[in-house]
Design a binder for this molecule. Structure first.
Ligand code: CLF
Ligand code: SF4
Length: 532
């Protein structure tokens, strides 16, 4: 196996506390190999594709990302992806994974309901594509590693390409087997590859990976992590050289790799990674993972945001990941997999109509452009507001059911979008999942404390409607419930509220206080709309 020219040269690392983290900014080199979009993701850009378009990236890159819900934050409101669970085996062990519970770095914990053969998988994809014409991407993300049993993965891609040539192909891997399979990845026109990279220092890696299976032997400790690291870096470099877009997923494990992920961000950017997705560790004891059983906690919302913010200016950040199941179907943030079990597919009349898919997607595109234009107009109005220009930045939670507007009732929210608002800017910085407050038409007040904990770092929550009881409880917790911007575009509403808030601070009507931290919702959901 060819050695990576960079694999041996481990950079010197200086560890700092999360509170001391500063954006990397200009210290990051722009990658000189093709594939990535480093030049389009300047410092301060929160999430690649949020405002990206043909004007700020090469056309061939734009063509690859514009309809991919993971590679474009903006596209994920309009286009869906699906996963097929054809890859049950894995060649490494991660301390956050128990495969009875699915691949927990790419999926929220929850068993894969059905493992599929490649033939079954293709049948399912064709059925879903016929029913959901805005489904543009097929990903293979486990439940094990997509390249540990590569035949099943590539057979699925090959057959699908023949039957549904308009669907983009995407895979996710731990990277151990990647360098040997780059040729095959290119042969099937797989344009998007995710590599989960949690470390660039094998000493850190040894705390995350108890073993790898390598050349017919089980290796452990630093030796195992050194090989995994070498393969990951080499695989990334090879994909970049071939023009394949790469996304790096990293699981943030407090006390093990939190500050270290800044170094990971720097190293993957140097090697041409297009996107970096830093996700919170999920480690509930009931999942039976090593971390879950040993009490390793996941990060708080502010710890996650601090590391993500510190990486701005490095590789473009993805902040809209939903840690999907390995058999997820639908828009990110929803899961329609139950509608497409093998039994149900057998009873469907499946007609793969390429023209119908294309004309539907054309309509989606018209709607998307109209929304984009309306939003730009609304933002221009908001920018004209006379807002004091200082360093004040606050978070607001937003209840939305789509269209980029404040249009959801508080009681119906399963996921708040979080925006960081400052003078003249409202940036999407993530989402927070919550349990439904409204159960069967009535508010469930027992859910309120968990909702408050999930958005406790926010100064306001923008909603279409909210009842008296949750209004009082939020206000008591110091979170302002705001329902006067119904139907407005989120950024415009957030800026208008911020302007009003600044006015109240200036007049002495309110005293600005910093907020506390918030809790990331762990564990499985029982509903459907919220699962992904
Ligand atoms: Fe699937 Fe992953 Fe492809 Fe997307 S998911 S293989 S890149 S099509 Fe997306 Fe899901 Fe996050 Fe993965 S939201 S877990 S980043
Ligand atoms: Fe589990 Fe994925 Fe890690 Fe393999 S690579 S052990 S499937 S989390």
């Amino acid at each position: 196996m060819q050695a990576s020219p960079n694999a041996g040269s481990m950079p010197a690392m200086t560890y700092v506390g999360i509170g001391q983290i500063k954006p990397l900014g200009a210290r990051i080199d722009v990658p000189d190999a093709g594939g990535g979009c480093g030049t389009s993701g300047g410092e301060g850009k929160a999430s690649c594709g949020t405002s990206g378009g043909p004007d700020d990236m090469p056309q061939e890159i734009w063509d690859k990302v514009k309809n991919h819900p993971c590679y474009s934050e903006e596209a994920h409101h309009h286009y869906a992806r699906m996963h097929v669970a054809v890859a049950p085996a894995c060649n490494i062990q991660c301390n956050y994974c128990n495969r009875k519970y699915d691949c927990s770095n790419e999926s929220r914990p929850g068993v894969v309901s059905q493992k599929l053969t490649p033939e079954q998988a293709v049948k399912k994809v064709v059925a879903v594509a016929s029913e959901i014409p805005q489904m543009t991407v097929l990903g293979i993300a486990g439940p094990g590693d997509s390249l540990a049993s590569p035949r099943k993965t590539f057979d699925t891609f090959r057959m699908l390409q023949e039957q549904a040539p308009d669907i983009k192909l995407c895979l996710s891997t731990n990277g151990l087997a990647l360098p040997d399979l780059v040729d095959e990845i290119c042969k099937y026109n797989i344009d998007h590859v995710t590599i989960t990279i949690n470390m660039v220092d094998p000493e850190v890696g040894a705390k995350i990976y108890p073993w790898i299976f390598w050349e017919h032997k089980r290796l452990t400790g630093v030796e195992a992590a050194t090989i995994l690291h070498r393969q990951q870096m080499l695989g990334l470099e090879m994909l970049t050289a071939r023009g394949v877009l790469t996304k790096i997923n990293s699981v943030l494990i407090p006390g093990i790799n939190d500050e270290h992920l800044i170094e990971v961000n720097r190293e993957v950017k140097k090697r041409g990674a297009f996107l970096h997705n830093i996700m919170p560790l999920i480690s509930e004891a009931e999942h039976g993972t090593v971390f879950g059983l040993t009490g390793q906690r996941g990060p708080s919302a502010q710890e996650l945001k601090a590391v993500q913010d510190a990486c701005m200016g490095g590789a473009n950040l993805m902040r809209h990941c939903r840690q999907c199941r390995a058999d997820a179907v639908g828009l990110l943030g929803e899961d329609r997999s139950e509608e497409f079990t093998l039994d149900k597919i057998e009873q469907m009349e499946v007609v793969y109509d390429l023209d119908r898919r294309k004309s539907y997607q054309d309509k989606v595109e018209v709607e998307r452009q109209a929304q984009f234009a309306a939003k730009r107009e609304a933002l221009a109005e908001a920018a004209a507001l006379d807002v004091a220009d200082d360093d004040l930045k606050v978070l607001v939670a937003v209840a939305t059911k789509g269209g980029g507007r404040v249009n959801e009732h508080f009681g119906h929210v399963t996921e708040f979008q979080i925006f960081e608002v400052s003078a003249g800017e409202a940036l999407f910085v993530g989402h927070r999942r919550v349990d439904l407050y409204c159960q069967g038409g009535f508010g469930d007040d027992e859910q309120l404390p968990s909702v408050v904990r999930a958005i406790n770092d926010c100064h306001a929550v923008l909603v279409a409607k909210i009842g008296a009881c949750p209004k009082d409880e939020l206000a008591q917790a110091g979170i302002e419930p705001v329902d006067q911007y119904v139907g407005e575009f989120i950024e415009k509403a957030a800026l208008a509220w911020f302007n009003n808030y600044r006015g109240r601070i200036a007049s002495g009507a309110v005293v600005h206080q910093d907020r506390g931290d918030a809790q990331i919702r762990q564990g499985a959901y029982t509903g459907t709309a919220e699962a992904a």
